[in-house]
Design a protein around this ligand. Structure first.
Ligand SMILES: NC(=O)c1ccc[n+]([C@@H]2O[C@H](COP(=O)([O-])OP(=O)(O)OC[C@H]3O[C@@H](n4cnc5c(N)ncnc54)[C@H](OP(=O)(O)O)[C@@H]3O)[C@@H](O)[C@H]2O)c1
Length: 259
């Protein structure tokens, strides 16, 4: 592990990472475990979660819960499972999500609704449920939303651009409304990160894309995990309502793919 944090800085912290069975979420979960936290990873695919839990258990106390963030009943059982396994929750990382490339004029109503439902509604359902079950009663908590680089819109993926802009705005609103409960709320907006999610995009999108990023490379899941641990740590509690971009400069300059 290479970390700027002292050992055990997340000792006694109970953390939920949605989508923690793969890619960015799995790396974030690993960082927390390495730094002393108990972690629950949650998503839909049991086999993926079991394999990830097996890997992550070598770093610390890792649990898994099956949960589709779009389903109220799943979130309710996850809440119970968190109470049983960890006795409560201190930090929620909303990392679960997904999207697919489509020009706006070709996008079907189903495609639009599916991505809005997952990336915006699902994130909200999870956020409200965890806050009401754990953070508001405890008058303490921390929420981190993983969105995407939407600085100049999201040409080529209008559905997720709109959904993530919703979460970006939610981040600001909740940071104010829930400051009375001592809950801080921030977001990370990654540019292109070399991860399982990125590898699912078609070859014509991935080929040569690194050259179009001002820093001439993709980001790493380690870099996102380091930022996530910083923003949810005890040294960052005065930061709230903020979205931090981690994108090698691509929000400011360059076109990633041909329209
Ligand atoms: N990689 C990038 O370049 C990049 C850039 C910006 C933002 N992001 C965002 O960062 C997050 C992680 O991305 P990644 O690259 O690590 O991709 P990934 O491996 O595909 O991770 C997405 C995770 O979300 C889970 N998930 C999706 N829909 C869900 C649902 N309805 N309920 C519960 N879990 C759900 C998936 O698990 P199950 O299949 O088991 O449900 C999966 O583990 C995503 O939100 C992604 O959009 C990625």
């Amino acid at each position: 592990m290479s970390s700027i944090f002292k050992e055990g800085i997340f000792q006694d912290k109970r953390i939920l990472v949605t989508g923690g069975g793969s890619g960015i979420g799995k790396n974030i979960a690993q960082r927390y475990l390495e730094l002393g936290a108990q972690v629950m990873i949650a998503s839909r695919n049991k086999e993926k979660l079991q394999a990830a839990q097996k890997d992550l258990s070598s770093f610390g106390d890792c649990h898994y819960g099956i949960c589709d963030i779009r389903k109220e009943e799943d979130i309710e059982s996850l809440t119970k499972h968190i109470t049983e396994k960890m006795g409560g929750l201190d930090i929620l990382v909303n990392n679960a999500g997904g999207q697919f490339p489509s020009l706006a004029e070709d996008l079907s109503k189903n495609g639009w609704n599916a991505v809005i439902n997952n990336n915006l509604n699902g994130t909200w359902y999870m956020t409200q449920a965890m806050a009401k079950a754990f953070f508001i009663p405890a008058k303490s908590g921390c929420i981190l939303n993983i969105i995407v680089n939407i600085y100049r819109g999201f040409p080529g993926m209008i559905h997720t651009g709109a959904a993530r802009a919703g979460v970006d705005n939610m981040t600001k609103t909740l940071s104010i409304e829930w400051s009375k409960y001592n809950i801080n709320v921030n977001a990370i907006a990654p540019g292109l990160i070399f991860s399982t999610g990125f590898q699912q995009y078609p070859e014509e999108i991935r080929a040569g894309i690194a050259k179009k990023i001002p820093m001439k490379r993709l980001g790493t899941t380690d870099e996102v995990a380091d930022l996530a641990t910083y923003l949810t740590s005890s040294v960052a509690v005065y930061i709230t309502g903020e979205t931090v971009y981690i994108d090698g400069g691509s929000r400011l300059h360059g076109d990633l793919y041909e329209m």
